[in-house]
Design a protein around this ligand. Sequence first.
Ligand code: C5P
Length: 271
Amino acid sequence: MLKLNSPAKINLFLRVVGKRSDGFHELSSLFQAIDLMDVLTFEKSHEDRLTCTDPTLPTNQNNLVLKALNLFRQKTGIHFYPNIHLDKRIPAEAGLGGGSSNAATTLWACNQLTGQNVPLETLQAWSAEIGSDIPFFFSCGTAHCTGRGEIVKNLNPLPSPKIHIVKPEGGLSTPAVYGKVNLNSYKDFDVQDFISGKIHPFNDLEQPAFEIRPELKNLKLKLQAGGFDTVLMSGSGSSFFCLGEGQFIPDSSFKVYKTSFILRLKDNCWY
Ligand code: C5P
């Protein structure tokens, strides 16, 4: 049996650099893993079985866990049929990469349990075939991601501020948010300018998300009134992260998760 943490991510900045001929958008984004984590348990068996604590999530081939398992079998040619249990804690459709993280964790687990010794870089390259955000989770936990998100460059760890994740009711569809991006408004910049503090956290997907769900803009204003240093949507939403000290005005329309940055410390260990 193998039990593994599967962390969420936030995007400390997300710049949409352009639109590609394959329909995807070219990005420049600083991804950071956080210790809001699902837990996945894998057991060798004779047939695939996926169970999940969240009854609203599909446990069929649409789940990225099973897509990753199939990808591993297809690439290695190995016959491997595990029972997998997903203890879901990361909110879905939140821009926190929960499904992508689960897929990366599954590829890692398959490699461990079958003793295939596929190099980490190879697992990472394979993972891009089933989702743009998955390769990030094979990084050290802090990375600059470009291309459609799948080109991952490890960065030195950043000091963790206090972080609260705020998840409003209802999610957002990633393709719908990308569909509203106004490509003329954004300019590329140097990552070092962000790291040195010259550029503050921002997300080019926030405005398009507000066009789809205008009430999210009101939520952002409400959170900003709590005094946090930064309040920003993560990825394509609908969650926000609040950095630094601040207060929440009690509201039953969202859930709050207290968290911090985490790192993947060694190449031969998972989170
Ligand atoms: O790669 P992934 O399956 O996560 O992408 C989901 C959808 O999000 C894509 O089909 C595309 O509409 C949009 N997307 C995009 N540009 C990216 C990543 C995702 O337009 N860089």
